[in-house]
Design a protein around this ligand. Sequence first.
Ligand code: SF4
Length: 711
Amino acid sequence: MKNKIVLFSIPNYNVVYMPLAVPYLTGYLRSQGLDVIQKDLNILAYDFILSKKYLYRCLKKAKLQNNKKYQQIVENIEKAKEAMRDPEVYKNFDEFSKKKKILEKSFEIICKISKEALRIYGNTFKYEPREYYKKGRRISYKSREGLLESVRNKKDSIFYDFFKEQVIPFLKKEKPVLIGISVFSQTQLVVAFILSSLIKQSQINTKIVLGGNVITRISDILSRDDYLNRKLFSYIDFIIHHEGEIPTSELAKRLSTKNPEFDKIPKLIYKKKGKIIENLEFNITAISQIRTPDFNGFNINLHWTPSPIIGYLTRRGCPHYCAFCDTPFGYDGYYSLIERKTGKRFKIIKKSPAARVLPIDRVVKEIKYLKNRYKSKYFSFVDEELIASFLKIFCKKLIEEKVDIRWECFARMETEFKNKDFCKLIGKAGCMFLQFGLESVSQKVLDYENKLTKVSDYSLILKNTYESGIMNQAFFLVGTPSDNLFEAIKILTFLEEYGKYIYTIRPIIYETSKWSPNAFSAELKGLTIDKNTPDLDIHFDMWKERPKYGMSLQQARIFVKVLELWIRYRHKVNPVTRTYIYGQRLFIGPKLIREFSKIAKPKKIPKPAEKNVLEQFTRIFKKELKKIILISEERFISENIKKEYHNFESLAETEKTELVKKNTYLYNLENKRRLFFDKVYKLIKYRRSLTLDEILDFSRKLQKIDNSISY
Ligand code: SF4
C-alpha cells in the first residue's frame, strides 16, 4: 500500500470560496502517483461550530442556556445555513438578510466562551487570535513568542474542540506519513501551530510540513538557527516556502524510504540534530509542472453558496511593480528579494521568467473540464489581475466555444476598458464581478506608487463596466507614502460624482508590506521603522506613525472612517452589497442588487461613534490646514526637493538651480490653495466637529481649485 499524504486547508478563511492552494498541490501530487487525502478544515470547522449541538454546548458553558434570544438563534441555525445554499432565498432580500443575521448572531454565542474573536463584518470574516501580555508587554500572535504562547494555551482556541473531536480521530484512522498544512493568512499561522501541536501531543506517527503564502513571507525569519525556531520546530517538522509542488512531492517520496535524508530538496527548511537547516536549492515551477486544481475530497457542497465557486489561476506572478504591493512576492519568480534582504544565495535549478502564464487554450480546456467535473458554472479567477490583452482573447474564446460560465476576477484600470465594446464583450462572456484597484484619485500619488494607471480614465471605465452588467468593485488605498489628507479627501468628490457607477467601494488603510518595493526603499520614502514590529508580521503597521511626508497611519485610519460614513449613508447599493458576501453576488446579479437597493435601508452607525469620527477628523483637518497655511517658501522648496530628488546634493549646480526655480514656481502656483485653506481655517477654527456635508463641500471646492492649477 502507498504511503498516504494528508493536506489541510485550515481556518480562518471565508466560507463562500473553496481554498485553492491545496487543490493545486493535490493535482500535482496525484499526477505523480501519490496517495493524497485533502480536507478543507475551514468549511468543516464552521459546520461544526455553527451547529445546534455545539452552540448549545457554548450556551451551557456561558451559563446562558435559559436565554430566550440565544435559544431562538440556535434553534434556527441549521435553516440559516441551508438558506445560504438555497438559490430561491437569494432572490428574497428580506429573507436572506434575516438568515444572515442569525448566522452573525451565532458568532456572538461562540465568542461568549472564547478569548478569541470570530465574526462576520459586512462581507468579511474576521478572526482575531488571542494576544498575550507578559509584565505589561504585549505579545502579538504575529511573533514567534506569541505562537509559542498560543500553543501553550491551545485550549483557548475557537477551533480546539473541532480539532480534538474531528481531526485527530480522522488522522489516527488514516495514519498518513506526511501532513501538509497550507498557511495563506497571518491568522492561519496561529491555527496551524495549534493544530500541529495537538497532532504531536496525540502521538500520531507522522511528519508535518507547513507551506503557503505566509510561510514564504516569513521564511527569512523561520530559517534562522536560533532558540525560538528550534522551539517552534518541536511542533512541526518542515517548512516549504514558495510554490510547493516539486518540494512536497520529493519530500513525500523520501519519507517513504528507510532512514530518509532531506538534503537538496528545494525550498525546504527543517531541524536536524537540534539545528535549523535550510536547503538553498530553489526550483521555479514550470508551466508544464502546474496541474489542473483537483478538488476531489473537499466537501464542496458545504459552502455558503447554491453551487460551489471554482477557483482558478491563469498565471503565477504579476507583470507589474506597484510600489505598495507585495502580492506577487509569494510566487517562485521573486526569490531574489529574499537574497537582497538576507544576503543568502539560492542555487537556482533552472531560470524562468518571474510571471509564468498558462496558454489561453489550456485555460479554456481546463475551465470546461472543471465545470463538468464539479457541476458548477461559477468561477473565481484569483490572479492578481487578468490583463486586458488576455481578457480580449479569452472572452472571445469562451463565446465562440459556448462555454457558459459566470465568473469574477481582478483587473487593472487599463485604457482598454474605456472602450464600451470591450466591456460588453467581457460581460457577454459571463464576467459578473470585476475588482479594480483605483488606490487614489490623485495622479501624483499614483505616479509615485508606480501604478501606471490614469485617474482621467477612471470614471469612464467604471461607467462602461457598470453599464455592461458587470458588478464592479473599487479599492482605495489611503495613506501611501506620498498620499496626504488633501489628496485623499478628493476621493469623496469622486464618489459623489461616480459612486453611482460602482457596486462595492472598499477603502483600505495602507500598511507597508514587508516585501513591497516601498519597504526596500523605506528611508528614501520617508517611512520610519518601528522596532517593536512583531518578528513574523508580514506588514510593518507602524512604519507611518511619524512620516517625514504625507499622512500618518493615524490620519489614514480616521479618514477611512469618514469614507465609511459616506459609503454607509450615501452609496445606494451598499446595504445590499454589504449583505451578500462577495462571491454570493454571483448568484443574484446586478439587476437584483439594484432592485433590492430601492428597499434596503442603511444600518445606522451609533450616534456617539459617528460623532467621534467627525470630531477626530475635524481635529486632524484643522492641524493639517494650519501646517499648509504656515509653510514658508523655503521649507516648501526644501521638502519637495528632498522628497523627489534624494540625490539632490550630488546634482550639478545648474540642475540644482533649475529644481529650486521649478519649486518656487510651484509654491506661487499653490497660493490659490493656501488662500482657500486660510479662509476655511478661520471659519472652522473654533468648531469641534464638521458635518459630513461640510467635509464634502471642502472636497469639492479643493478639487475645483486643483483642477484650475496646471502643474
Ligand atoms: S497592485 Fe496589482 S498590478 Fe500592481 S503589482 Fe500588485 S498585483 Fe500587480
